[in-house]
Design a protein around this ligand. Structure first.
Ligand SMILES: [Zn+2]
Length: 459
């Protein structure tokens, strides 16, 4: 299919540029003024921005939990992503202990094969075995260059300092990157059990058992390890302002440290844990929501470049599933959705509130993730790149609700949030998927394979 987009306003690192865009065979063929071509479809984009398709570097679709699978599978989750202007995601491969990484990877590739958006995975070494080094190298040879480690969840998938050192040493040398969930698992487990044993079982105590210091200490440990091993480090879902000081310090000292936060840490705070179970349980996440001051510090970190990406950590559970922990917060499945709202929230509360420029919006929602994770042909509107792009109407208003969103969950933690700006047309791989609020096709997305790389990223 060929598409000619007329009069698009695209955002380059230095300016806004008015151009036509010619798309052919899934790629951007040409940019230029007044292009002439007998395309299958001509779209007039005057008055609209054309952004590179959103890349959400942190989603969990079809995630197993003791309360059952998370609400969105790869079909419903990717449809919600497309409606919000996200055309690529990175999900996770989480083996059980004893299971080879490659075996878990192959299973996950099959599970994800009906995703409508393009997808890749962060792969989790959950232990160190005699074969782990070779398994990591094999993952990289197969095109998976990012490895997610958990410093929380020590009893199931979490690893300790010694294993972290070994993983980072191997990954760094092989041209990959380690992404880290930074909460000190032992401290969290101790607090959880203490609260529960003393009869404190409401959702509030899930949050209180994961204080900011457990994140800060883990961030410090991971940064120290990045320094020792020269392995690039990407800290996921930073929630606390105090963590940013250490991340900033690392970056100013030339360490390859990058970090992500999520819309819920920017826009919601710990007051959500007050009130009865039904009110508070939807906000049970890890790390938990923090204070208003943390929100302000996180915004500032997006402005000054300490934080590079906004991931959603999309992992919704229904109210019925949350009720598994009605009498003990330790049984509430952790997680909430957001995959559909990332761009609209960032636009409304970042760009329109004059915190972020449009250049920064494009970097945070797409290009930085492409650079950090080695999506060579994504994250930019330029000849030769994948034709993943969205026509953005800056004036479309919406009120977020679980009743109208496309996620398969009866909870939406942004319920009632007003947004301005929306993806009107969504093109992925040179095909139109969303046109004026309608999903036109359900063609499966592509598995994105990546090469080992050197990271250069704009801070
Ligand atoms: Zn996550």
């Amino acid at each position: 299919m060929t598409i000619l987009i007329k009069e698009a306003t695209i955002i380059t690192p230095s300016e806004e540029q008015r151009t036509d865009i010619l798309i052919s065979d899934g790629k951007i063929l040409q940019l230029g003024k007044a292009l002439k071509y007998a395309a299958d479809r001509v779209i007039n984009a005057s008055g609209k921005y054309v952004f590179p398709g959103g890349i959400d570097p942190h989603v969990h679709l079809h995630l197993p939990s003791p309360a059952g699978f998370s609400s969105d599978d790869f079909i419903s989750g990717s449809i919600a992503a497309l409606f919000g202007g996200t055309t690529s995601i990175i999900d996770f491969v989480t083996p059980t202990r004893g299971q080879p990484l490659i075996e878990a990877l192959d299973l996950r590739i099959t599970e994800a094969s009906d995703s409508l958006v393009d997808y890749s995975f962060h792969i989790s070494p959950v232990e160190w075995r005699s074969t782990t080094e070779e398994e990591i190298k094999e993952c990289i040879r197969r095109g998976f260059t990012s490895f997610k480690i958990y410093l929380a969840y020590q009893k199931s998938i979490g690893i300790d300092k010694e294993v972290l050192f070994k993983v980072m040493k191997v990954v760094g040398k092989a041209g990959g990157i380690v992404t880290a969930h930074c909460e000190l698992g032992e401290d969290v487990d101790r607090l959880r059990n203490e609260y529960a044993q003393n009869g404190h079982t409401s959702p509030l105590y899930q949050a209180l058992s994961r204080p900011p210091q457990t994140e800060v200490d883990a961030v410090k440990m991971a940064i120290k390890m990045a320094e020792k091993t020269s392995c690039p480090l990407y800290i996921v879902h930073v929630s606390s302002g105090a963590s940013l000081i250490h991340i900033r310090w690392a970056q100013q000292n030339g360490l390859p440290v990058m970090a992500e936060s999520c819309p819920h840490y920017l826009l919601l705070n710990e007051e959500k844990y007050q009130g009865d179970f039904e009110k508070a349980a939807p906000y049970v996440l890890s790390p938990p929501l923090r204070k208003t001051e943390d929100q302000q510090l996180l915004w500032r970190a997006f402005i000054n470049g300490t934080l590079q990406t906004l991931g959603t950590d999309h992992c919704p559970f229904s109210m019925q599933q949350k009720a598994f922990g009605k009498h003990d917060f330790r049984n509430i499945p952790n997680g909430a959705g957001g995959i559909e709202h990332r761009l609209a929230l960032l636009h409304t509360y970042g760009v329109l509130k004059k915190k972020l420029s449009l250049q920064r919006f494009v970097e945070i929602s797409s290009s930085n993730a492409a650079n950090i994770f080695g999506f060579e042909k994504k994250g930019k509107i330029a000849p030769g790149f994948d034709a993943d792009m969205i026509l953005w109407n800056s004036e479309t208003t919406n009120t977020i609700s679980a009743k109208t969103d496309h996620s398969n969950c009866d909870i939406n933690i942004y319920e009632g949030f007003k947004t301005i700006g929306a993806a009107e047309t969504v093109i992925k791989g040179g095909e139109i998927f969303i046109d004026n609020g309608k999903l036109l096709q359900k063609v499966p997305g592509k598995l994105i394979l990546r090469k080992p790389f050197d990271i250069t990223i704009k801070q």
